[in-house]
Each structure stands twice: as structure tokens, then as C-alpha cells.
Design a protein around this ligand. Structure first.
Ligand SMILES: Nc1ncnc2c1ncn2[C@@H]1O[C@H](COP(=O)(O)OP(=O)(O)O)[C@@H](O)[C@H]1O
Ligand SMILES: [Mg+2]
Length: 279
């Protein structure tokens, strides 16, 4: 172990699937908290205009914050730095946030579409310095395949697709998602890596869940070895604005997220920039 090693730029992980209610935000928030608790410097970027991840993580309500993720699409460095929230709720140690806002929907999409010379590459152009400052960046995306999600994928090193097995149409839109990501890879980001499908909100006692898992296995494959189980307290944790690990310390879902973090640390080779306080 050398004393001073050069920091690897942060892995940038987009959580993406255009179906709402797929457990994207739950994944982004709880994975960030878990990695933060292990001493990784984590930045969550919320590009969903609904700002659910921001409401969960931020001390101040996202609607009261003057700067938000729109800076990543059209801001200068100073504005981007000013949009980072370093004060986050208890349980989100080492987690910073660039919040989401309705401004993303109303104004950013439109200005990207109408005025940007490279509408899919604005965020990619601006994310470099953040990658130097953090160990992991997690991007929560909106339930659509438009410019906000496209920019997130173009700016990412990796993406992960949560699919929840208590849903009626689990494969809804997956073919479109795959084709969309292929286009982003071909035109902008050839190195984008698919981490895989994260089975979420899974209840193996329910026959419907098991059947859906089998369908996903058969039709999509590439399922991660870690599954996030359904937990009664997951919704309560988001209302209480704490990570599930804080609400149910020894609970199953908390353990699932810890296992997921371990899996990602190992497969992506995540590194901490500051080893001083941690084993
Ligand atoms: N493991 C889980 N157990 C129970 N409920 C969950 C779980 N994961 C997500 N949910 C619930 O499912 C709903 C949708 O999750 P969310 O993360 O907001 O999805 P998305 O961001 O894809 O729209 C939320 O009410 C959330 O609390
Ligand atoms: Mg969401």
C-alpha cells in the first residue's frame, strides 16, 4: 500500500428504466447510503424532475434550493459547484447531492432540444471534475427515455436496471430501453458497461413474483447475484427520509443493499480516495 496513490476517477452509475415504480430511486438512495457508510465519497445526481431521491436525501426540501441538476446541462463550473448539497439527512454520511427540480422538465429538456449543439452530451462534458472529487457517482433518472436520461447514460461509465417482480408488466419497455442504450453507446459512449438487472421488491413466497422472476430470467437474463427483497419498512424509510439500514438495522432489505454494495465494490473495483478513517 503506497501512501499517496492517484485517485481513480469516480465510477458513474446510472439507474435506468423508463417504467415508473421500478425501484430506481430506492436503489439510488440506499446504495448511496450504504457506500457512504463504508467511507466512500458518494455523489447522488438526481435528474428526475420529480426529485424523489432529493426529497429523501436532502435536509432542505428540493423545491427550496436555488441550484439544481440543471447546472449539469447548461451551467458553468461555479454554478455546478454551487448546486452540490453537502448537508444531507442522518444516515447519509459521506453522501452529497445535486438535487432534481421541476426546472429539469420545464426548461432544460426544451433548451437542450432547441438550442444545444450536442443535446445528448452536455452532462458528459461537465462531469469530469466531479469524477475527480468523488469515488462513486450515482444518477437517478426519470421514468422516460428522453434527453435527461440520455444525458445521464452518455455521462456514465455503468448502468444498472432494476426490475421489480411485484409488478404487472415487468418487461414493459425493456426492449426499447435496450435499443436506446445501444444508440447512446454507438454514437457517444462506447465504453458504457451494463452491470445487469437487479431484481427488486422480490417476495419469493408469492407465486406471481416467482413467475415474473422466471420470465425476466428467460427473456432478459444478466440478472445480478444479489436480489433486493420486498420489505414493509422501505416506504416508511423514505417518508422518514432515512436509509433502510437506519430504520431496520438487521433487516433483510438492509442486508440486501449491503450485499449489493459489496458486489459492486468487487466487480467495479471501487476505490476510496481517503483511506485514513476506515479499515
Ligand atoms: N424493496 C422494496 N420493498 C418494498 N417496497 C419497495 C421496495 N423498493 C421500492 N419499493 C416501493 O416501490 C415504490 C416505487 O419505488 P421507487 O424507488 O420510487 O421507483 P422508481 O424510482 O422506479 O419510480 C415506492 O413506493 C417504494 O417505496
Ligand atoms: Mg424515481
Amino acid at each position: 500500500m503506497s501512501e499517496q496513490k492517484i485517485k481513480k476517477p469516480a465510477a458513474v452509475i446510472s439507474v435506468a428504466i423508463q417504467k415508473g415504480g421500478s425501484a430506481k430511486t430506492t436503489l439510488a438512495v440506499n446504495l448511496a447510503a450504504e457506500l457512504g457508510s463504508q467511507g466512500y465519497n458518494v455523489l447522488v445526481i438526481d435528474v428526475d424532475p420529480q426529485a424523489n431521491a432529493s426529497a429523501h436525501i436532502s435536509v432542505a426540501h428540493p423545491s427550496t434550493l436555488s441550484k439544481n441538476a440543471s447546472t449539469l446541462f447548461r451551467g458553468n463550473l461555479e454554478e455546478i459547484m454551487a448546486s452540490i448539497q453537502v448537508e444531507t439527512n442522518p444516515g447519509f454520511e459521506n453522501v452529497h447531492l445535486i438535487p432534481g427540480s421541476l426546472e429539469l422538465d420545464q426548461s432544460v429538456e426544451e433548451s437542450l432540444r432547441n438550442h444545444s449543439p450536442r443535446p445528448y452530451e452536455e452532462m458528459r462534458r461537465r462531469i469530469g471534475l466531479l469524477r475527480e472529487a468523488y469515488d462513486v457517482i450515482i444518477i437517478d433518472t426519470p421514468p422516460s427515455l428522453r434527453l435527461l436520461t440520455g444525458n445521464a447514460l452518455a455521462a456514465s461509465t455503468h448502468y444498472i436496471v432494476p426490475i421489480e417482480t411485484s409488478s404487472q408488466y415487468p418487461l414493459y419497455g425493456v426492449a426499447d430501453l435496450v435499443a436506446y442504450i445501444e444508440r447512446i453507446k454507438e454514437s457517444i459512449n462506447p465504453d458504457l458497461v451494463n452491470i445487469g438487472v437487479l431484481i427488486s421488491r422480490h417476495d419469493e413466497r408469492r407465486r406471481a413474483c416467482k413467475a415474473i422472476l422466471e420470465t425476466v430470467q428467460e427473456k432478459i437474463g444478466n440478472i445480478l447475484p444479489v436480489i433486493i427483497h420486498a420489505g414493509a419498512k422501505v416506504g416508511d424509510a423514505s417518508i422518514a427520509r432515512v436509509p433502510i439500514r437506519k430504520m431496520e438495522k438487521d433487516g433483510r432489505v438492509a442486508k440486501d443493499f449491503a450485499d449489493l454494495a459489496t458486489f459492486l465494490i468487487n466487480t467495479l473495483g471501487l476505490e476510496k480516495s481517503d483511506e485514513s478513517g476506515n479499515a
